[in-house]
Write a protein that binds this ligand. Structure first.
Ligand code: DC
Length: 228
């Protein structure tokens, strides 16, 4: 089954630090499809809010920022370069501070509304791999393949810790477990588009799996559904 536009979409949803980003990029590279890192749109809005000194309580102003984001994505193999107002953002949007701020503003309905069509516009031939929290439930309910990744909070915190340290970003494992759990709760309990597996999603528990093993499981699913 395809999207309403006839362009095939694969959705990969799940909680923070589950490895969605890495898996999505690898899968997209293997099958030659476009990628949507939907979390980056919320993170970019959060970064803009921080830079402009706008508090997350100022919902109208935050929604305006989301509506007017000037973003460009450059997909290079299994990495993604993001430009905000023409400047490469790099890891400035990957900090825990921006992640938490993104989670707060992602609960604002007008922000989600402002970003909805922008996300759907990523669906271009030959197809799209979309990663986020509500890809299979709200943004692409007609997607042909839906995957929901899970892992224990401890394992996800460990992975995030390793990632941050490798990038030279200071981190504390204990704080990360608490922050990830808080963020998941906020993402899962919000009124609009909460973090939840779509009824027709296939769930993969990645706690005991390597990135290669998860990628292979996703690829097996896709091979069964499409002719790769
Ligand atoms: O996937 P991520 O960690 O980059 O996402 C950052 C935050 O953005 C996440 O905590 C909640 C929000 N988000 C969302 O609400 N919906 C999405 N589809 C993607 C991210």
């Amino acid at each position: 089954m395809n999207t309403q536009t006839g362009i095939p979409v694969v959705t990969i949803d799940g909680p923070s630090g589950v490895g969605k980003g890495t898996i999505s990029l690898r899968v997209a590279e293997q099958i030659g499809w476009h990628i949507l890192d939907s979390g980056s749109l919320y993170r970019l809005t959060a970064l803009k809010a921080k830079q402009s000194g706008i508090s997350p309580e100022n919902e109208d102003k935050i929604a305006e920022l989301a509506r007017n984001l000037s973003v460009e994505y450059r997909q290079q193999g299994d990495s993604l370069q993001i430009l905000l107002d023409g400047e490469v953002v790099g890891d400035t949007i990957r900090t825990e501070e921006i992640g938490n701020l993104a989670s707060q503003i992602a609960a604002i309905p007008t922000v989600r509304e402002a970003l909805l069509q922008r996300q759907r516009d990523f669906a271009r031939p030959p197809g799209l791999v979309a990663d986020g929290r509500d890809m299979g439930t709200v943004v692409f309910p007609e997607a042909g393949a839906k995957i929901f990744l899970t892992a224990s909070a401890e394992e996800r915190a460990k992975r995030r810790y390793k990632q941050l340290i490798e990038k030279g970003i200071d981190a504390n494992l204990h704080d990360l477990v608490i922050e990830l759990t808080e963020r998941d709760e906020r993402d899962a309990k919000r009124r609009v588009a909460p973090l939840v597996a779509a009824d027709d999603a296939v769930t993969i528990d990645t706690t005991q799996l390597t990135i290669d093993e998860v990628t292979e499981q996703v690829m097996q699913l896709l091979r069964a559904r499409y002719r790769f």
